[in-house]
Design a protein around this ligand. Sequence first.
Ligand SMILES: NC(=O)C1=CN([C@@H]2O[C@H](COP(=O)(O)OP(=O)(O)OC[C@H]3O[C@@H](n4cnc5c(N)ncnc54)[C@H](OP(=O)(O)O)[C@@H]3O)[C@@H](O)[C@H]2O)[C@@H](O)CC1
Ligand SMILES: Nc1ncnc2c1ncn2[C@@H]1O[C@H](COP(=O)(O)OP(=O)(O)O)[C@@H](O)[C@H]1O
Length: 274
Amino acid sequence: MTASASNDPALWRGLLPWPGADTHKHQRGRLGVVSGGRLNTGAARLAARAGLRVGAGLVRILCPPDAGPVIAAAVEAVMVSDFETPEALADLAGPLDCVVIGPAAGLTEATERNLAAVAGTEAALVVDADALTLFKGRAGDLFAMLDDRDVMTPHEGEFERLFPGLLAEGREAAAVEAARASGATVVLKGRETVIAGPDGRVRVNRNGTPWLATAGSGDVLAGLIGGLIVQGMEPFEAASAAVWMHADAGGRFGPGLIAEDLPEQIPAVLADLR
Ligand SMILES: NC(=O)C1=CN([C@@H]2O[C@H](COP(=O)(O)OP(=O)(O)OC[C@H]3O[C@@H](n4cnc5c(N)ncnc54)[C@H](OP(=O)(O)O)[C@@H]3O)[C@@H](O)[C@H]2O)[C@@H](O)CC1
Ligand SMILES: Nc1ncnc2c1ncn2[C@@H]1O[C@H](COP(=O)(O)OP(=O)(O)O)[C@@H](O)[C@H]1O
């Protein structure tokens, strides 16, 4: 049996980061998002915009050279840097507080090398999508790169690829075991998203809405988590707050929601939480 709590704002509202009168942007945290190639940049742009909206002071998309002109033409406040090699990516990630990697990254050796590069820096990680699926059948290789500052955000399909059969124990017990085994925070997404910490803490999120079942919605969540981590929230609390805010944003917009709409709801979500 696990002792679970519903993911209620009362648990983390007092931990939310607000800028002080003298705060400058670097003190609000620096987030990186690794993009896929030129035909696969939307996921990173969604995550980056979500990170900015939730309060990260600076957000930089890190991309292969072919994607640079595509991304630069499609963002304003988000910054863009390109990299040719994993070593160059590590140099860019080094000064950042957290890096999101996986959305539309591609199921390639390059993605694995890029993950290893950012994992070797001081930046915390939010590992999603292709950076999870890549490790189907060899999850230990992924866990060896993670620590307790990192967050994995699998949907059930991705979770099954990393932890075959574990969901049969129930979603909550499965997430707890996944966090223990990986040493990282696990966000098992779905109608009721489960947030589990490597120390055994677990919360079940219950304000979800099916309007969130739309392409790119998970990319926005990854950016929200990263955006709270860079502002100093610890990963389990950042994940809890981000999952609730993401669901609240979806519920506010309702019918017709597409992923692009979610970051635009965050100011109202934050204002009400404040
Ligand atoms: N704007 C952009 O640039 C966007 C880019 N994106 C990027 O596109 C890439 C490929 O994405 P993807 O959707 O094909 O990969 P993935 O989610 O693994 O699905 C593969 C199979 O897994 C299953 N499955 C899926 N969800 C499940 C669930 N909840 N619970 C259980 N099973 C589930 C399902 O299998 P089925 O049920 O059909 O048998 C499905 O067919 C990836 O890089 C991603 O980041 C997206 O983020 C969108 C926005
Ligand atoms: N029926 C649903 N009810 C509540 N939340 C949902 C539902 N379907 C999906 N979601 C949420 O939407 C997001 C989808 O993420 P994901 O599957 O990774 O999408 P993508 O890869 O397209 O970004 C997750 O946060 C998940 O919890």
